[in-house]
Design a protein around this ligand. Structure first.
Ligand code: TYM
Length: 333
């Protein structure tokens, strides 16, 4: 039976990209009734330096963000990675399955490590093997993510296949990346060729889930565009990355297809479209940031939710780890 797993790093600041590419889609998935497991991946976050107090706050804030977006901690399993040690345990085994060459091909590793890769943490290099463990420790079959995580889910498939092949078992499912909808790659508001990211030095390049209404409206008003009017069909957006990005955001927020959006706004200038987009974004995002702030007032309650989530996650993960140890030949399993 299908089982969904996905995760987000608590590395400070959730963006509209995280919301549309991941969180909103998690909520839609949860509401179809399929078993869904969503993680705050604190062990991934520390592959680059995190201030301890910030990490604690960001983890709780991410939990608040999940709930404020509409995830129900009773329906879905919501938990923090380090509270379920089976992730790291299976991660070690996958370090021994994955090949150096596979990891070296990861574009995110190449981007993040940059020229000074000798000084990157070993964890940053091994990160995709831990991500594979996150998914496979639950025998998850579907992984909703944004475009930028596709290569990591493909590596997860390679690891599952190699494990099954090496040990002559049919144990780990080969999971599918689920990359659907208009907003699987939300771009920077300042540069249509760059992904919207919390690590972009320009705050004007992104909408943060914690931005207030005025800030959201101002960032959209200042977003880079071109001088043409909006086209009336999607193919008119092909060579217009900034225009396409704003229309995609509108489509995803309003849950109306790009074609239907353009049927409506085709021919309008950005001076008219941007205020429409700003109003829609504020309408959809303000309740989320308000609810996040409210939930953050009671961190003890958040910690309780996380503890309960970890307990439920371990009920699934622990027998799968045990079975893995048996397959490998570890005494005691
Ligand atoms: P992270 O924390 O960078 O991002 C979390 C999710 O948000 C999506 N996303 C975007 N989608 C559309 N447009 C954007 N501009 C944008 N920016 C981010 C990401 O694709 C992701 O789905 N390695 C993962 C976390 C992870 C994970 C996992 C995911 C760890 N283990 C297991 C799935 C399954 C990461 O760094 O995502």
């Amino acid at each position: 039976s299908p089982r969904v797993f996905s995760g987000i790093q608590p590395s400070g600041g959730l963006t509209l990209g995280n919301y549309l590419g991941a969180m909103k889609r998690f909520v839609d998935t949860q509401n179809t009734g399929v078993q869904s497991i969503y993680c705050m991946v604190d062990q991934h976050a520390i592959t680059v330096w995190q201030d301890p107090e910030n990490l604690r706050r960001a983890t709780r804030e991410l939990c608040a963000g999940y709930i404020a977006s509409g995830l129900d901690p009773e329906k879905s399993i919501l938990f923090n990675q380090s509270q379920v040690p089976e992730h790291a345990q299976l991660g070690w085994i996958f370090n021994c399955v994955a090949r150096m060459g596979w990891m070296q091909r990861m574009t995110q590793w190449k981007d993040k490590a940059g020229k000074n890769s000798q000084n990157a943490s070993l964890g940053l290099f091994a990160y995709p093997a831990l991500m594979a463990a996150d998914i496979l420790i639950y025998h998850a079959t579907h992984v909703p993510v944004g475009e930028d995580q596709k290569q990591h889910v493909e590596l997860t498939r390679d690891i599952a296949n190699k494990f099954n092949h090496d040990y002559k078992v049919d144990f780990f499912p080969v999971p599918e990346p689920v990359i659907e909808g208009a907003a699987t790659r939300v771009m920077s508001l300042r540069d249509g060729s760059k992904k919207m990211s919390k690590s972009d030095p320009s705050d004007a390049s992104r909408i943060n889930l914690t931005d207030d209404a005025d800030t959201i409206a101002k960032k959209i008003r200042k977003a880079k565009t071109d001088p043409e009017a909006l086209p009336s069909e999607a193919k008119g957006l092909e060579d217009r990355p900034e225009a396409r990005n704003l229309v995609n955001i509108y489509s995803a927020l309003s849950e109306v297809s790009v074609d239907a959006v353009l049927a409506d706004v085709g021919g309008k200038q950005f001076s008219e479209f941007k205020p429409m987009l700003a109003e829609l974004a504020v309408e959809k995002l303000a309740p989320i940031s308000g609810e996040m702030a409210r939930l953050m007032e009671d961190t003890a309650e958040i910690d309780k939710i996380l503890a309960r989530g970890a307990e439920r996650a371990r009920e699934i993960a622990s027998p799968i780890l045990k079975e893995t140890y048996k397959i490998i030949g570890m005494v005691g399993a």
